[in-house]
Ligand binder design. Sequence first.
Ligand code: GLY
Ligand code: MN
Ligand code: MN
Length: 537
Amino acid sequence: MFPAEKHIIKTFNKLVELLSEVDRNKPQVALLAGSATPYRNDTDREMPFRQESNFYYLTGCNIPSSYLLVTFQTGTGLAQMPSSQLFVPPIELADIMWSVPPPTKEVAAQIHDVTHVEHTAALPDAIHEILKAFPSAIFHTLPRTSLFPELPEKYIGLAATRNEPVTDEYLLTALHRARLTKGDAEIALIQKANEISSRAHETVMRVLGQGVIGAIKKAKGAGTERPLLPSEWLIEKEAEAEALFVASCRREGAVHQAYLPIVAGASRAATLHYCCNDKEFAWGPVGEHDHLNHNELEHNEARDLHPQVLLIDAGCEWDCYAADITRTMPVGNGGKFTPEARAIYELVLEMQKLSLEVLEPGLHWDAVQLLCHRTLVRGFQKLGIFKSTTSPNSGSWNSEEAIVASGISTAFFPHGVGHSLGMDVHDVPSASKPEVNDTIGKGVELGHPEFYTYLRLRLPLEEGMVVTVEPGIYFNPHLLAPVRDSKHINQEVLKRYEAVGGVRIEDVVVIIKDGHINLTTVRSDVEWIEGVCSGVL
Ligand code: GLY
Ligand code: MN
Ligand code: MN
């Protein structure tokens, strides 16, 4: 069973830390609303239901239009065994006729880790009773904005008639702080989402590879007398790759993608959160020494795919817990990277490998960001994209140090190396970034302030945190424009690499006592990626 009570205790212990000494020992009552079923205009048909994350965290309840009423008090029995009352809608005849009804109260009580289950009609009396029993209670809600399910005035009004405050100032902060580190049950769900998503990434790569060796054949009548069957699908467009990815997750039972998949071919891989997924791959002709793609099934002309990358950043959810995985694979060129794409891929892999090696509790996340920039600069100097010095004087204008300090690597790696991940993909933002970052003077050398603009986590790592490690290198004309004339760049060499577009490699890891465990199971080494994408493995 989802450990809701454990989450309530953790959250309310964080909540009381936020309160003044006087308020800390008072009873704390919280009322949360779950999400309602969304409908689309005039379809009379439900859209997929996704529970509000905080509500799920405290209840494990996926029943639409439910409520939770919690009572907690430090220093009393309610600190070890808080009261958590779940209110679920009753079964209506119309529910049974049109759709699947909610479980009965009795069933709901068996499957949820709460102290009591009632129907929603009992909620006003329950609020009344709690406030009568705990007249000095502080009454907490989530912020009453459109970001969270609406809490009707008829419920809030019952608490607002007292002298004690009704406040939305603390509960979300406490929830984000509690959710920042994950328990075993949460990690297991994230692992499951990662396993399903990893298989979906591999499926796309394998279908690409099967296309390369001509193993995907259309049987008689396919595409004319009848639609293609999945075994006849080639991947020649971003949409086809997306469809296969989503289908693979869905057939394993995942209801939701954790975010809209990013499926970007060729130069579109340089757009970090590309969202169209609607372009064909770039078509040749290619040079005579390039590998053929045997793509004649869809394109009965003498055309071949241009060598290009396909970047897929996609992950499903499992029971409200997310995966977030990026793989970049070769398309065209017989399923092999071009020398330039391979060099950039290997450099991104090096950025990721060095990052993973240092992860452990206590390490400040800023240090990982800096490490990635430093690795990029060193790699670009080796490739000749950045000029180097042979001078032993490390203060030279084109030394690694000087280039790191200039911040120019931000034009190629503009985002953060990773973020907290959990029920939401960019999980618990308010707990991920302190208002004042304290890395300076604590043994972390910052490099350049622009490295941190889009870094979504600015904390030392803790055991139980789940984070993504997702370095990337991009050749985006808009980001390159301001550095075109930089003295650090060898323009001739850069030109050769620009066609690569972008490479990102993203895995999800959990921080443990001695380091980390990688929860993403799909491989990313060049040998395997090329082997699969060329149909050899
Ligand atoms: N999928 C969005 C991200 O990687 O942050
Ligand atoms: Mn990510
Ligand atoms: Mn991602």
